[in-house]
Design a binder for this molecule. Sequence first.
Ligand SMILES: [Zn+2]
Length: 460
Amino acid sequence: MFDATGLVVTPGLVDIHAHLYEHVTPLGVDPDATCLARGVTTAVDAGSAGASTLQGLIEYGIKPRRTRVLAFLHATLHGLASAGCSGGGVGGELDSLKQVSVEQAVAAAKAHPEVVVGFKVRLSADCAMDGAHEAEAYRRALEMSSATGLPLMVHHTFSTVPLGGLEGCPGGLRKGDIYTHTLHGFESNIMEPVDAAPAGEEGGKRPFSSPDWKIHPAVHEARRRGVIFDVGHGQGSFNWRMGEIAAAEGFWPDTISSDLHSGNKEGPLYDLPTAMTRFITLGRSLQEVIRAATATPAAAIGWEDRIGSLGIGREADVAVFRLEACDVMLEDCQSQRRRCTQRLVPAAVWRAGERVAVTQPARFPNEESIMSNRPSWDGLVVRDPEPPEDVPDHVKATHYLYSGEKKAKTGDANPVVWRRKEGEATLMCGPCGGGEDGGGVSTTAAFRRLREKASLYKCC
Ligand SMILES: [Zn+2]
């Protein structure tokens, strides 16, 4: 007997974006510790495994777990085995298109219908031979999806693939496909400036740090077609400013997912209930927030007849939450903060009728995580007008743009971190995490010149 007086009883949460191939991919975590113990009874691994590594995920990441684990199969054969995060010269999973086999991906998905609920591709220049392979990888991933009738989940950041147009992202997405990281504020986000330049020489290019943004028409069109917009909170993809602009337009992501991985479980994400808490803070109703983490994600993966709601004859996956009064300045992924007065805290969880223990993040909010994620604010396109508080002096200091031996002082108020090898020149931000010989932060004019030639780094 469990007395749930004054508490919120929900179906076990369904998280459609997490990284759960522990010890095999750098991002992988144990789902029982940070999913199940926080109320998530079904978690979908978002592309850790590809056709060549799926069997390993089943043996070591699914069978031994109490959490129900499903998978989006990565478009590449090896999934995210060596490409845990883009950037930093590590290389990306789409650096070789030989690894993107429609035939093998389709065969693996068809062989494991009890596990594979869709496909995943990351459209980010750094994951795909500096962007050279992005369009083709996207085309092949869409083909995998059409051949099986399963949805494609896309990650779209710092991409050479545009938003609009038939080949764009979301332009090329179809009903049922899932656009994750909806509220990231970096390059390739869902916004356009309110005063967007008409098509022409500058057409399609966004002025840097324009103060006013609105959702791009291609995104509204995609929603009308039935494309699903997912949060994929992660380490970089929840931004208060993005959330507020979207909320003001009444545009709420359809599904709230965590993008839980090894780099964000002690902040800035913490866990799925904390991601849900942020949407309550943005003004979404508790009921809507719960639906976005139960029934809607279950339907998005075609499992609505089994999970995501409470019903007779189903496995008893149940979570109980306390909507706790609090007063904290809650951070987003770039350390921008908002006052949070209500927090969703797991109180009890049952998976298939068996009760499991609940846990809490070690620290909440975790100031160490807030400080370490703060420098990524510099790389945002959509962000608060003022930098987050508690900025260390070295970050506030004048930034320099380094290009080989040349150094140009810049006094721009809106520097953007630039880390990229461009020919002989290495452009690194020293103060914000680059090399010890100081760094470079490109500013509006310099940034525009450089982006003609190359794409930015990005790590989610
Ligand atoms: Zn992810």
